[in-house]
Design a protein around this ligand. Structure first.
Ligand SMILES: Nc1ncnc2c1ncn2[C@@H]1O[C@H](COP(=O)(O)OP(=O)(O)OP(=O)(O)O)[C@@H](O)[C@H]1O
Ligand SMILES: [Mg+2]
Length: 379
């Protein structure tokens, strides 16, 4: 059963007892709001009071934009629902409320975030709100520390590690972030003129060794509940608050991967705003604030040693570099960069990103702290 505008009212009617969100006689209005690649996302509203809305997200057993010839497990939505449930329990203010999950149809119903925008779109416009990185830093610190392996009763049946063995989705990320961009792969593409820089990168054995090591850490290390896709398009914001969405890649893993993706996407925005020092310094402050708020939330749990934070930091630096590189030369690019239509300027920016990404991957273990990482942006 694939949801569409015509069958959604009937679908909700059949589950009225369970969901009980709309009045039984309400006339429902359906709008497709999903701009993503993988899933169907609808806003359903009561036509007589549109502020009364919810979101239905469905994972078909294939990649939405490619169609049924490109299968992808619908199980991904179970992981999203499970993660959303954990987030609602640990830090409800940072996520939409989960209303229900239907495992048979792979459908989630959740709170409609009215008036929220994608963080990426705000960053493109140069709107840098200092509260957002604080909140996301705290979100990650709370979730990572509260699900940290040593904090969990290993004998519990509901152990996070078992609940979040999202190996199919993790394998996809592993290939698209750590492997495909650095070999000749059909999904790679990049700006004409970038060939030289890409060839240099692909021939850099020290870099390739680090990339392989980071992939190993990504696939093997098990520390805590990792969102797995926490870029700036997975965060919705209004003027005061940030909400994390789209946790279908959630897995029990290295945790630093979340910090790395989030930092990397802020930094891609940093480079895209070359020549605007005010925006750039706002982004640098944001990157620092993510880490400061992360460690503050993480240290609330005093049983976790600061040595743990050092390890997470160095891994996060490496993941940051990998994410930046793959967004320039791999299969999935970001609109912050793609929208630059002056090709000479775009090339300059992309070369600078490749240089920075490669440097922090190679030097990740000797970069002492977040201040040192951002200093590399202008030295
Ligand atoms: N709870 C919500 N409230 C308001 N809008 C939402 C909500 N959830 C999702 N959206 C909108 O729908 C879009 C797609 O949602 P989401 O990213 O979860 O889908 P997806 O298909 O998994 O995307 P992707 O292909 O990037 O993985 C979001 O970018 C956002 O604009
Ligand atoms: Mg998604």
């Amino acid at each position: 059963m694939i949801l569409n505008r015509d069958n959604i009212a009937h679908y909700l009617e059949e589950r009225q007892a369970e969901i009980g969100f709309f009045d039984t006689d309400a006339k429902l209005q359906v709008e497709e709001i999903g701009d993503g690649n993988l899933n169907f996302v609808y806003r359903v509203s009561d036509a007589s009071k549109p502020e009364f809305s919810l979101v239905l997200k469905q994972a078909p057993p294939y990649i939405k934009i490619l169609g049924p010839d490109y299968p992808l497990t619908s199980e991904r939505l179970s992981y999203e629902a499970r993660a959303l449930k954990v987030y609602n329990r640990l830090i409800s203010e940072a996520v939409p409320t989960l209303y229900f999950f239907d495992p048979d149809a792979a459908v989630i119903a959740m709170e409609y975030l009215s008036e929220y925008r994608l963080l990426r779109d705000d960053l493109i416009l140069g709107k840098i709100n200092p509260n957002i990185p604080k909140q996301i830093g705290r979100f990650m610190g709370v979730v990572h520390s509260q699900t940290y392996q040593r904090n969990i009763d290993e004998t519990s049946e509901n152990h996070y590690r078992n609940q979040f063995a999202n190996t199919d989705m993790q394998a996809i990320t592993g290939d698209y972030v750590f492997t495909f961009p650095f070999i000749d792969h059909q999904t790679n593409f990049y700006t004409d003129g970038l060939e030289d820089s890409v060839e240099i990168l692909k021939a850099d054995t020290e870099f390739l060794q680090q990339a392989e090591m980071l992939k190993h850490i990504f696939l093997r290390v098990k520390r805590g509940l990792t969102h797995g896709d926490l870029h700036t398009g997975s965060v919705m914001v209004d003027d005061n608050s940030a909400k994390v969405i789209d946790s279908e890649f959630a897995f029990y893993g290295s945790v630093g991967f979340d910090i790395g993706l989030f930092w990397a996407n802020y930094l891609l925005s940093y480079f895209s705003h070359a020549e605007n020092s005010k925006i750039q310094s706002g982004i640098i402050s944001a990157v620092i604030a993510v880490w400061e708020n992360y460690i503050e939330a993480f240290r609330m749990d005093t049983s976790l040693k600061s040595r743990t934070l050092h390890v997470i930091f160095h891994e996060a630096v490496g993941f940051t570099g990998m994410e930046m590189l793959r967004r320039i030369i791999g299969a999935a690019h970001v609109s912050d960069i793609e929208r630059i239509d002056d090709l000479e300027r775009k090339l300059r920016i992309e070369r600078a990103i490749l240089q920075f990404g490669k440097t922090i991957v190679k030097r990740r273990n000797s970069i002492a702290n977040v201040h040192e990482m951002v200093t590399l942006l202008y030295t």
